[in-house]
Design a protein around this ligand. Structure first.
Ligand SMILES: Cc1cc2nc3c(=O)[nH]c(=O)nc-3n(C[C@H](O)[C@H](O)[C@H](O)COP(=O)(O)OP(=O)(O)OC[C@H]3O[C@@H](n4cnc5c(N)ncnc54)[C@H](O)[C@@H]3O)c2cc1C
Length: 390
């Protein structure tokens, strides 16, 4: 499956694998149990250039291809999905600044994030608006003249914000006109110390427990106009374009998680003795392994196709939805089968296989639920044939 990779991409893959297995995998079970985010891993990823990986050198990035970035995410997902998601969100929160930011915003916002010194978060979801993101209610009221505001005052609550409260930098979506739907949504750069901004409840999650998530509460938080990203009303497009890229990254992490489940299950079947030989002699179980391998390979191929489409500058909506939906369903199915193949040991928290199953579930929900991805794919197909419907 890696025949299309360049020498540089293979080197990146080998470096990421070595780092992920040496530094990230060993503590994954402990971090999950303790719901602990390990800041030292962010610093280590910064030192390797992973916190700036997919951005061009012209904006301070490491300049990897997006295909190269998916190789990194696969390795991190195989080691610890929580760290993979945390890094993916960190990159997701920088994308809009790279593509929509002014030179001044990039210079002020990106270097510390790209170095791994400041962690980023992407704040869209609200208590009453997840899939229906255009319905967000966090309000951005202009301070100063309507046509030349000096600042905005943010009021509202965000939930499920990954990397909070650890993160220093928040990309926050709010509306300047609650009656305008998507057309009112505007993006803002908000620092952790901004007056009027505090953290609410910590999200008590089923999986990826080493990646923190929390509520954000804005109580008249004043944000200077220089922290508005793009124009008023650009926010929805900014969010969608960033998510189109982020979904490929999550898909790659899911491929890694599924690969880890497959490899763990294969190792266990080879060792476990029953009925006069290793379980790997049982054809029914060999067939399960083969089907898991088939699904991992198919999800990887689709994910790499999506990454290559991004590298070629092609539209991403359909292919990134297909990749994220396929890879997260694959991760869930393969992790569930891995637990089954481990028998009672798979159900124990000691082996780490049940963690894969819990970690995989979230990926069917965040970065667009897999129902929403079906909607996106169907919409794109219907639009292509000129039958977009209601
Ligand atoms: C682990 C985790 C991390 C997250 N991190 C972040 C983050 O960093 N930043 C952020 O902003 N958000 C984050 N989220 C929030 C996430 O994006 C939302 O949970 C997700 O978009 C779904 O929204 P919802 O929970 O409000 O569910 P709802 O939108 O209420 O959906 C409920 C159910 O109905 C289905 N559904 C809804 N509308 C339709 C429709 N039109 N057609 C068919 N089915 C539909 C959904 O698929 C789902 O099954 C995270 C969530 C999780 C679980």
């Amino acid at each position: 499956m890696s025949s299309a990779l360049t020498d540089e991409e293979r080197l990146l893959q080998a470096t990421a694998r070595e780092f992920a297995q040496r530094e990230v995998a060993p503590g994954a079970i402990e971090r999950d149990e303790a719901e602990r985010y390990d800041r030292s891993l962010l610093a280590a990823m910064g030192a390797l250039g992973l916190t700036a990986a997919p951005f061009p050198a012209s904006v301070g990035g490491a300049g990897f291809s997006y295909l190269g970035w998916t190789l990194v995410m696969e390795e991190l997902g195989a080691a610890d999905m929580a760290m993979a998601v945390s890094l993916s969100v960190h990159i997701l929160s920088q994308y809009p600044v790279v593509t929509w930011g002014t030179d001044e915003q990039r210079a002020r916002w990106l270097p510390a994030m790209q170095a791994g010194d400041a962690l980023g978060a992407f704040a869209l979801t609200e208590p009453h608006a997840g899939s229906d993101a255009a319905a967000i209610r966090t309000r951005a009221e202009r301070v100063g003249p309507v046509d030349a505001p000096e600042a905005y005052r943010l009021t509202g609550t965000k939930i499920w914000i990954s990397n909070a409260p650890e993160a220093e930098r928040y990309l926050v979506f709010a509306t300047v006109d609650p009656d305008a739907g998507a057309a009112g949504i505007t993006a803002f750069l908000v620092e952790r110390e901004a007056p009027g901004f505090r953290f609410g409840a910590h999200e008590r999650k089923m999986g990826i427990r080493g990646c923190p998530a929390a509520e954000l509460v804005f109580e008249g938080c004043e944000v200077p106009v220089g922290n508005r990203l793009g124009a008023e009303g650009d926010g929805y497009r900014i969010a969608l374009s960033a998510l189109g890229e982020g979904r490929i990254s999550i898909a790659a992490a899911c491929v890694g998680l599924a690969r880890a489940g497959l490899e763990a299950a294969a190792g266990y079947l080879g060792e476990r003795q029953a009925f006069g030989g290793p379980l790997s002699d049982q054809q029914g179980l060999r067939f399960m392994l083969a089907e898991m391998a088939r699904d991992v390979a198919a999800a990887r191929a689709l994910t790499r196709e999506a990454a290559s489409a991004k590298d070629r500058g092609e539209p991403l909506a359909e292919v990134s939805s297909l990749a994220k939906w396929t890879a997260s369903d694959t991760a869930m199915r393969v992790a569930t089968d891995a637990v089954q193949l481990f028998g009672g040991s798979g159900y124990s928290r000691e082996t780490g296989v049940e963690r894969l199953m819990r970690d995989a579930k979230g990926a069917q929900i965040y970065e667009g639920t897999n129902q929403i991805h079906r909607e996106i794919v169907a919409g794109e197909i219907l639009r292509r044939v000129g039958a977009s419907g209601s």
